[in-house]
Design a protein around this ligand. Structure first.
Ligand SMILES: Cc1ncc(COP(=O)(O)O)c(C=O)c1O
Length: 357
């Protein structure tokens, strides 16, 4: 069969990359023969649940879903009643990129906090506490953060701990959108148990798609009581996979021999390299520190479309000529050097001398 697809690599997003070979092998293996549907009475599900308990050093309960939006929306829905609210940085995927699904499915409100680096601190949540007990206001019940953030930054373990403590002191929960949690753990050089279980996170959307899976994410509850009824809301929320084994085995392959760490390690390392090499070019600067697998840079407006022709990437903030370059598990030195060489070349061209944004 012939596909009309482009096999060019780029830096648009970490979900533009393909699937890790060992994940693909696991998919092919589990494709042999028949297997229980929906994960029901499926020994593979028990194996995966156990793998998550080991990973988080916790008696956690894990549910597999199709995608990150589904994981976030169902996690939030589980913890909110319709008169309650989730507090999030404005840049949160939940707020900006989920098409109103959180509002539709939870009936609750998202209370946002402006944050340049994509992170929030307890102090910034304090003003929302004034609403507690006031019947005319939505009741803040949940704080959500992304680790790593949409701005490429990473919360320290201490920062997560402070948010969890603050949430619990105020009868709230802490949810982490971990679409890129592997990149954050590698960046901090810590285990997932140290970052999530030991800090007191209540619920986690555990990502896989952005780090070498074909599809599939997991919702992990660290207090089983909070998971009550989740299997029903997952079905109602259309995230119960009938051929569940194809999600489960991807996670088994992902956790085996710490593939997650190896993949994120490469993505982060390539981002560091790309950041350093781009910043060394006259006329190009980084707009944010490189902390995980995203590089944010300011490029002269003239070179952006020409560079995009060679290596696709997104313009993040048009008014500042800020672009975002995401590295993946399969980003290679060649890809980094290729983009850097092209950028240098464009910068040297007289017609493309930098113009201030
Ligand atoms: C921070 C974050 N959370 C969640 C998601 C999940 O999105 P999707 O529903 O496309 O899997 C993404 C994807 O872009 C993301 O960047």
């Amino acid at each position: 069969m012939q596909f009309n697809a482009s096999y060019r690599k780029g830096f648009a997003s970490d979900n533009w990359s393909g699937v890790s070979p060992s994940v693909m092998e696991a998919l092919a293996e589990v494709n042999k023969g028949h297997h229980p549907s929906y994960g029901e009475k499926d020994p593979l599900l028990d194996q995966a649940q156990e793998a998550f308990r080991k990973l988080f050093e916790s008696d956690c309960q894990t549910f597999f879903v199709y995608n990150g939006t589904g994981a976030n929306v169902l996690a939030v829905q589980q913890l909110l009643r319709s008169w309650e609210a989730v507090v999030a940085p404005h840049s949160a995927h939940l707020n900006e990129d989920e098409g109103g699904a959180p509002e539709k499915f939870t009936g609750g409100k998202i209370l946002t906090i402006d944050s340049d680096d994509g992170k929030i601190k307890p102090d910034q949540v304090v003003p929302f506490l004034n609403s507690i007990g006031f019947q005319h206001h939505v009741q803040p019940r949940l704080i959500t953060i992304s680790q790593s953030t949409e701005m490429g930054t990473v919360y320290s373990i201490q920062e997560i701990k402070e948010l969890a403590e603050f949430a619990h002191q105020n009868k709230m929960y802490l949810h982490v959108d971990g679409a890129r949690i592997a990149n954050a753990a590698v960046a901090l050089g810590c285990s997932l148990a140290e970052m999530i279980t030991q800090t007191g996170v209540d619920v986690l959307s555990f990502g896989g798609t952005k780090n070498g899976l074909m599809f599939g994410e997991a919702v992990v509850f660290f207090d089983k009581k909070l998971a009550a009824g989740f299997e029903y809301s997952r079905k109602q929320g259309m995230q119960l996979a009938s051929k569940m084994r194809f999600i489960i085995v991807q996670f088994l392959a992902y956790l085996e021999q710490e593939l997650w760490k190896k993949n994120a390690g490469n993505a982060n390392q390539m981002a560091q390299l790309l950041g350093r090499k781009l910043a060394a070019i006259d006329g190009i600067s980084l707009s944010r520190p490189v902390e995980a697998n995203g590089v944010f840079a300011i490029l002269p407006a003239e070179i952006i479309p020409k560079l995009q022709e060679a290596y696709f990437f997104h313009v993040w903030n048009e008014s500042k000529c800020e672009v975002r370059l995401m590295c993946s598990f399969d980003t290679s030195l060649e890809d980094v050097d290729g983009l850097v060489a092209k950028a240098k070349n464009l910068m040297l061209n007289d017609q493309n001398k930098p113009s201030t944004p």
